[in-house]
Design a protein around this ligand. Structure first.
Ligand code: ATP
Ligand code: MG
Length: 403
């Protein structure tokens, strides 16, 4: 079994080997390589102590990211590599972080502290794959299984419960039965995990190709207690019908939180310490209801009057997932919005051929009446009763202000 190690990582491993230290690529990069996927980063582990790593590569190339945990980040060819000293972890009294770590000489001991067998493999060109827990076989079978005794591993660090569903969802794997039973049994321990980490995990879970089956009610009850329990089975299908990927996660959040309404959605996301951009994005999607009438062009213009094209695309995707029988209609609505945008069709007051100053010059009084006049003009234009031309608009505005 050969893995092509990325050149930068390979050069760092060579340097460690030449200096006499055992060193391997480890974790996600090995897992992804074995799956035939391109790893997004290459983490290395070594018997060298952090200070030895820093001495070998020079302080200038090194960022002491987590010295007490044994991690040094090394810069090479403009890329960053985490090099972590083989370590074991002491007891976990807070259900999340080890009380102490101890550096050890053997990579196998380091692999034993890792969460799942598919994440607990190391590789070097010289020694090949080091896989003491059957990670390669689990990858081939498509199984996520805890390293060691699942109950103990989730008790040590409850975040692993969410990581379990996240990795299973990402690869479409099944979850080992004993591992899943332990995860459900200890789900209440997720109260040890910070909301920031929970949000991060939920985002990754919701970005998976088809996360529906992995939205486990017995686990979500502890991280999203706001959700009505019987809604999840419905949400699963809707979420799976939505496009996947990190960019699309807003729409999936909206599908998940839909029954909470706009206020409930804002509150739940605020509790999870989401950014204001995310809170606004998701709650907009939750609030806006699908139009009832099929007046395509007008509906598209009304949406573009309120939202950017990107949000309109998210809305039409969400409505298609919610109402699959109207999918064609919403697809057409989206196409229309794209066409109108490409044509720079007038959908907003700011796109009218006249502005407030033009209207005042034509005798409309400043103040709220001016705003109302502009909005009345926009309504005439988007319904097609008036062309978006200065002369016609001014003529209409004169009537408006006289009335
Ligand atoms: P990704 O592609 O999502 O980054 P990854 O496998 O690299 O996947 P990371 O969260 O970056 O995942 O962690 C790197 C490695 O560290 C994991 O593969 C795993 O071996 C180990 N690890 C990370 N978090 C934990 C944890 N909470 N408990 C045990 N081992 C962990
Ligand atoms: Mg990683």
């Amino acid at each position: 079994m050969n893995i092509t190690i990325e050149p930068g990582a390979s050069a760092l491993l060579d340097a460690l080997h030449r200096a006499g230290f055992a060193a391997y690529a480890v974790g996600g990069c090995v897992r992804d390589s074995l799956l035939g996927l391109a790893p997004h980063d290459w983490d290395l582990c070594t018997a060298a102590r952090p200070e030895q790593v820093m001495e070998l590569f020079g302080e200038k190339q090194c960022i002491p990211t987590g010295l007490q945990h044994g991690t040094v980040t090394v810069k090479r060819d403009g890329r960053l590599y985490e090099i972590t000293t083989f370590r074991t972890e002491g007891s976990y009294s807070d259900g999340r972080h080890p009380d102490s770590v101890a550096f050890v000489p053997d990579v196998r001991e380091d692999l034993a502290r890792r969460d799942f067998t598919i994440n607990a493999m190391a590789y070097s060109a010289e020694e090949g794959l080091c896989d003491p827990f059957g990670g390669q076989e689990d990858l081939a079978r498509g199984v996520v299984r805890a390293v060691g005794e699942p109950l103990r591993r989730f008790e040590e660090d409850a975040l692993r419960i969410l990581r379990l569903y996240r990795f299973a969802a990402r690869f479409g794997f099944v979850i080992d039965e004993t591992t899943e039973a332990a995860a459900k049994q200890l789900a209440a321990h997720l109260d040890c995990v910070s909301v920031e980490r929970i949000e991060e995990e939920l985002n990754k879970l919701l970005s998976a190709p088809k996360p529906g089956a992995y939205l486990e009610p017995e686990v979500l009850a502890f991280v999203l207690p706001e959700l009505p329990p019987d809604y999840l089975s419905e949400a699963r299908e809707i979420i799976d019908a939505l496009p996947a990927g990190g960019e699309e996660v807003t729409t999936r959040w909206a599908a998940l939180l839909l029954p909470l309404g706009e206020d409930g959605t804002r509150k739940a996301l605020k509790r999870l310490k989401c950014s204001n951009a995310v809170i606004d994005g998701v709650s907009t999607l939750v609030k806006e209801k699908a139009p009832r009438t099929p007046a395509l062009s007008l509906q598209a213009k009304r949406l573009l009057g309120k939202y950017c094209l990107h949000t309109v695309r998210q809305l039409t995707a969400l409505w298609s997932a919610l109402r699959p029988e109207r999918k064609d209609e919403f697809t057409a609505l989206q196409k229309e919005a794209e066409t109108l945008t490409a044509q720079s069709a007038c959908c907003r007051v700011s796109q009218l051929a006249v502005n407030g100053r033009d209207l005042m010059a034509a005798g409309v009084a400043p103040g709220p009446g001016l705003r109302r006049a502009l909005e009345a003009l926009l309504e005439e234009v988007i319904t097609g009763r008036l062309p978006n031309k200065k002369a016609e608009l001014l003529a209409f505005a004169a009537k408006f202000s006289a009335a």
